[in-house]
Ligand binder design. Structure first.
Ligand SMILES: *Cc1c(COP(=O)(O)O)cnc(C)c1O
Length: 395
């Protein structure tokens, strides 16, 4: 099934049936082409393939059938023309920078993006004479005011981590396009199952497939998705830099995509229950989840997303001591910063993912000492709630 006929089937069907061309062996499950290179028929065949005259695999840094199957499947789910897989989510963001930024350019990035993306811009991209301005995701005037004649890229993540701020994609896309800039969206948290940023004007979508697309915390990977012409440039960067996806990891992600729709529904359902339970809990001061009607981004999330996602953050009484009490009294939740796993994970952002920020910066960003982030897994929701109760009852 190629991505041309993507209107014929629903997303869950496409997630299972796209991308694999059965070989002469008649295999049912997608094979793993764990090979670094490919053999040519003769010298003329090799010359034609290397020059690009004819299509064909030569070397797995350039193309690999298992990786291509993953790319086709992901692109279809996003309603996009093309995807290029990368060795990690960070490699995907890096490739966007390498492909589309040059000395003298300017980037506007939401302040509420994944920590390593801030570091990538602040520490490394600026070394190449590219200027970066960070703005509040929800403040559209700040986005407009930050535009300069040399602005080339606007970058957001929505909903944000850990406070689930929601960015107005169409509004930010319009600002970018009015000034000839590209608009990129990190869609790791929603995946194409819950949100398709192309419908809201995104030019490029980046993923860490390490999270929900794998779904079982096994492999690192990422992708850039968008129009063929834009993604071709990313492809060219990846095959040169070498941060391409391994065929084995691509196979893990292919299998992940097959159950993604079911898993996302279950993550959303449990997260909603947990958020509502926490919201009514006397030891909890605040809950950040876009599925709650009082959440600032609730209406916008309803417009952009078909579900509110699997990550719930909340502030408990008692500052750091309260938060650590809850974390340390869980019996099966994993104390780890990974997310999007069938296993629920729990983190204290102020001392881990956001630990390097200054006290003032943390306060301004809402990363208070009492804040806890839970990535709600697929264990029974009553057990997850029970596990969080042990510590909450002690505060
Ligand atoms: C994890 C993550 C990344 C980085 O992905 P890696 O696969 O760890 O490189 C980027 N964006 C978001 C939103 C993430 O959660």
């Amino acid at each position: 099934m190629s991505h041309q006929n993507n209107r014929e089937y629903q997303l869950d069907t496409l997630a299972i049936r796209t991308g694999h061309t059965r070989s002469f062996e008649g295999e049912h499950s997608e094979p793993i082409f764990l090979t670094s290179s490919f053999v040519c028929e003769n010298a003329a065949d090799a010359a034609a393939k290397f020059s690009g005259q004819i299509e064909g695999n030569t070397y797995s840094r350039y193309t690999n059938p298992t990786v291509q199957a993953f790319e086709k499947r992901l692109a279809v789910l996003d309603g996009a023309e093309r995807a290029v897989a990368t060795s990690s989510g960070m490699a995907a963001v890096h490739a966007v920078c390498m492909a589309y930024l040059k000395a003298g350019d300017h980037v506007i990035c939401s302040r509420a993006v994944f920590g390593s993306i801030i570091s990538l811009f602040e520490k490394y991209v600026v070394k190449f004479a590219v200027e970066v301005t960070f703005v509040d995701l929800e403040d559209l005037d700040a986005w407009k005011n930050a535009i300069r004649p040399n602005t080339r890229l606007l970058f957001i993540e929505t909903p944000s981590n850990p406070l689930a701020q929601v960015g107005d994609m169409q509004a930010i896309a319009d600002i970018a396009h009015a000034h000839g800039a590209l608009f990129a969206v990190d869609n790791t948290f929603c995946t194409p199952v819950l949100q398709q940023p192309i419908k809201f004007g995104a030019d490029l979508i980046v993923y860490s497939s390490t999270k929900y697309i794998d779904g079982q915390g096994r492999a690192l990977g990422g992708a850039v998705v968008g129009k063929d012409t834009l993604v071709e440039e990313i492809n060219s960067v990846i095959r040169t830099l070498g941060n391409s996806m391994s065929p084995f990891n691509a196979w893990v992600f292919l299998k992940g995509l097959e159950t993604l729709s079911l898993r996302m529904k279950a993550h959303c359902e449990s997260a909603q229950k947990l958020a509502e339970w926490l919201d009514a809990h006397p030891k909890v001061e605040k809950v950040y989840y876009a599925g709650l009607a009082h959440h600032a981004g609730h209406e916008l999330a309803k417009k952009q997303q078909s579900g509110f996602g699997g990550v719930v953050s909340f502030v408990v009484k008692g500052e750091r001591e309260g938060a650590w009490t809850v974390i340390d009294h869980t019996r099966f939740l994993s104390i780890t910063s990974n997310l999007g796993d069938v296993k629920s994970t729990i983190t204290h952002p102020a001392t881990t993912s956001h630990g390097r920020m200054t006290a003032e910066a943390k306060q301004a960003a809402g990363i208070v000492e009492g804040l806890i982030r839970v990535s709600v897994g697929l264990e029974n929701i009553d057990d997850i709630i029970g596990d969080l109760s042990h510590g909450l009852d002690l505060i």
